[in-house]
Design a protein around this ligand. Sequence first.
Ligand code: B1M
Length: 207
Amino acid sequence: MSVQDIYDAVVEFSVDKVVSLVDAEVKSGTDVSEILSNGLIAAMDEVGQRYSEGEFFVPEMLMAAKAMKGGLEVLKPLLSQGDSDKKGTIIIGTVKGDLHDIGKNLVSMMMEGAGFEVYDLGVDVDTDKFIATAKEKNADVICMSALLTTTMPFMEVTVKAIREQGLSIKTMVGGAPVSEDFANKIGADGWSTDAPGAVETARRLTA
Ligand code: B1M
């Protein structure tokens, strides 16, 4: 049993196997970040690669996502337990037109674990919904995730709308195609390449 077995089970779309292997790795004391980075996330990169090469299609990506989500459910209690001091309020969602939610869910769990109050709006979230919820919850930061290059422009639309309405809510963007240059270009207050970095950035923005 190893982290490589978790990787293989995701690429073979075996939800049950992923769940039991992740559980066993946790019980044997393997670091959660090792399970995530070298097992679950690395396997999704392989699935994406195979999709790009025409070996996998959308149904395979979907089955792999189910397997990965099974593993994340096992890790959830470990990721979302932690600091009980309230740090600030976060609104998070995947932007309009985009249905990818695994990375966003991971960020959400780790934010909770770090002591933030998190309102997760799910996927396909438009600007009005982000802003209305942020106002209602008196949020500190709106966190937007995008996995598709075609949905990244909706991040800019939301950042602009916040500025135009004169709101003091901070914005953070992330997701595979998002870069620091892009975040700066659209005027986001923060960005991160991964979930632990998103927590660090949220801490900085709410300090
Ligand atoms: Co999609 N898909 N997909 N897909 N999918 C990608 C993203 C793609 C790169 C695959 C590829 O071509 N190699 C490609 C996008 C190409 C592009 O835009 N340049 C792609 C495509 C094309 C599509 C469709 C258009 C396919 C089609 O229908 N023809 C379609 C679009 C649907 C839509 O959204 N409207 C589609 C659909 C799907 C599924 C539904 C089948 C499924 C998603 C299921 C789900 O999420 N519930 C899926 C999957 C699984 C993938 C891949 C294989 C895996 C994504 C994933 O979950 N990774 C993906 C290939 C890849 O990424 N390698 C691919 C694991 C996850 C932990 O990583 O989300 O990157 P990630 O999150 C990271 C960081 O990015 C960061 O933290 C996490 C790690 O710590 N992060 C943040 C994320 N959000 C953050 C926010 C932050 C900070 C950090 O602050 C706010």
